[in-house]
Write a protein that binds this ligand. Structure first.
Ligand SMILES: *[C@@H]1O[C@H](CO)[C@@H](O)[C@H](O)[C@H]1NC(C)=O
Ligand SMILES: *[C@@H]1O[C@H](CO)[C@@H](O)[C@H](O)[C@H]1NC(C)=O
Ligand SMILES: *[C@@H]1O[C@H](CO)[C@@H](O)[C@H](O)[C@H]1NC(C)=O
Ligand SMILES: *[C@@H]1O[C@H](CO)[C@@H](O)[C@H](O)[C@H]1NC(C)=O
Length: 181
């Protein structure tokens, strides 16, 4: 008798659960997407070689012969250093290989990067793209996906200038990355 009623209870529970799931599919989806993980780190870009700090950006091709950073038809390769903090002696936690191409429009670039991170929590790569406005204090990137502990994530990232200018030897950018899975 006791056994029967326990089974019955279990069945009722399952039924209620099944009904709940079938009616709340969209609610579950919305909840899943409202949860995100935030990462913060700093990209250190070096324009002029200094001891211990090699240049991070190199122009590799120029279709027109105009080597200006902003000339359309140029293609560059970059590999910036990712550090925990804004200081240029802060712990290195990764690197950011990628490309840069000036667009036709004034002082904007199509940028692609592979943010390669190795920390206690994160070990893998994040693919990010941006239509970068070089004169802006802040730019937004799309996070397309990743590998390792970043598998199946997507989201966006905001970068802001933390130190230096495009005219100084270096530029340090704070990155805030919002990841959804
Ligand atoms: C080279 O490109 C820059 C940026 O687009 C432009 O301002 C400059 O006038 C160009 N120089 C020549 C010689 O065309
Ligand atoms: C390191 O940071 C200090 C303080 O901002 C700055 O004065 C110095 O030029 C930087 N060195 C390099 C190689 O970027
Ligand atoms: C580029 O900049 C010049 C000078 O500021 C301006 O006259 C021109 O309209 C700009 N072109 C575009 C496509 O933004
Ligand atoms: C990070 O990922 C790589 C590649 O999957 C692996 O070889 C390495 O052991 C990982 N490192 C840590 C600290 O988990």
């Amino acid at each position: 008798m006791t056994i029967v009623s326990t089974k019955l209870q279990a069945c009722t529970c399952l039924l209620v659960l099944a009904v709940a799931i079938s009616f709340s599919g969209t609610v579950v989806d919305a909840k899943r997407h409202s949860k995100f993980k935030k990462l913060e780190f700093y990209l250190h870009e070096q324009f002029v070689d200094e001891p211990g700090y090699p240049v991070t950006d190199v122009l590799v091709a120029s279709a027109t012969g105009n080597t200006s950073t902003y000339a359309f038809g140029n293609l560059g390769i970059s590999e910036q250093i990712i550090r925990e903090g804004v200081s240029n002696t802060s712990t290195i936690i990764g690197r950011a290989p990628g490309t840069y191409q000036p667009n036709k429009e004034n002082r904007t670039f199509a940028l692609y990067k592979l943010l390669t991170l190795q920390t206690q929590e994160w070990n893998g790569t994040l693919v990010v793209f941006c239509d970068w406005l070089s004169d802006a204090d802040s730019n937004e990137w799309t996070v397309v996906g990743g590998t390792g502990t970043f598998r199946m994530v997507r989201g966006y990232a905001i970068n802001t200038i933390a130190a230096g200018t495009s005219a100084s030897n270096f530029l340090t950018l704070k990155w805030e990355v919002f990841l959804y899975r």
